[in-house]
Design a protein around this ligand. Sequence first.
Ligand code: SF4
Length: 501
Amino acid sequence: MPEVGPGGASRPESADARFWNGDYYNQGNGQEEIFDKLKEECGVFGVFGHPDAAHLSYYGLHALQHRGEESCGICTSDDGSFHYHRGMGLVKEVFDRDKLDALVGNRAIGHVRYSTSGSSQLGNAQPLVFKYRDGDLAVCTNGNLVNEPVIRRELEEQGSIFQTSSDTEVIAHLIARSPKDLVEAVKDAFARLIGGYAFLIMTKDRLIAACDPNGFRPLVMGRLGDAYIFASETCAFETIGAEYVRDVQPGEILILDENGLREERFAPMERRAVCAMEYIYFARPDSDINQINLHSARKRMGQQLALESFVDADIVTGVPDSSISAAIGYAEQTGISYELGLIKNKYTGRTFIQPSQELREKGVKMKLSAVRKVVEGKRVVMIDDSIVRGTTSLRIVNLLREAGATEVHVRISSPPFMNPCYYGIDTPNPGDLIASTKSVEEIRKAINADSLYFLSHSGLIDAVGGHDGEKNRGLCMSCFDRDYPTKVQFELAKATSCSCD
Ligand code: SF4
């Protein structure tokens, strides 16, 4: 259970000095990342029935860029002819006007992707496009299939040859091998899958959207004039001026063709389990999931955090960008003023040239700065959304101390993250999750905080405010409580489970 760290504790004892002095900026995971945040999954976007399908997809994917920065792609259909372009990098880097103009057609599916290390290659960029007996088939997905290795092995034993290491290719093979018509083949294929996924599939005459039976990953449908639009998040609708219609429901399959929209199921809804981390951290604050606005939900998390763990302080600040909403909520609830104590430099993104080793020691400051005039001499409550390995929190606490904060009280707007995710989030090995091996007090010392508190399990569920009468009010909380909503074949699951492919 979460516990309140001792407020006003002195700085760490000598046993913890390694967390405070020397190499702390690089200390931790041994990887090149300066920050150790969880990696988001992927984003999907689809258009059916609009002459500017490619351009709409470009803007839609740009709005979903936060869900994947490694690669992206768009595939269009023009009376049965497929045109596609995929590349490594951001949407704005991969596409230019000429490339978009070449993607003719009034239907499109698109994708932005993160990868696990080692699988960051163009071959795995999506949408994947295949030839099957009725023509072309384009597939993209957000999520992860728990039983992908089992199905892949089975298909290989039956003669299938795979081109990629991607989950998405498995579903394409299942569809292609089925003797049934496309929609029935897709339903049969989905019925075999275990995991968290939102799929978009395009053939010469159809666009199909589907969500797993637990609804782990968000997928929404909208309208733009007569056209239908699908997206991982509603923020993409705002960008292109589309109107939200509804969320795709767990176990549902939506089929668009020349006859319009068909709403069917490939499986009954099982226990609804929308990813809690979408609400806490992943999705954009201007998006809604199941009609719950993310900024508002995060504010309620901050308010609840304040109710559970008030500490006397001078200012509240949030770690940008995902924790600002919760920090505003904490400040509102306590009456302590919210201040911009931390500023993120938005221009040191993925492509920033790694500094020399000497400068890397200060690398964190290129991405995040403490505002000295704001925090100097102040007791600071620092709100963050999660602690993964602990290295990020340590760096940020130290930034605040170096800028003159007299006390740093860390409040986390989620329970301790202590279990791997099998549903499409790239999580470190369980042993690297600091909450899986350390008590709250040990974590407090490790991150050099004066006090530390994690939002309670029930506080998080109530703050999101999902579906009454359902377990966890319809949230997946497995990374906090290890209560996985599906069968999880631990022996088969990948150590880092997001393939999003
Ligand atoms: S285990 Fe955690 S990160 Fe994974 S789907 Fe569930 S809530 Fe989301």
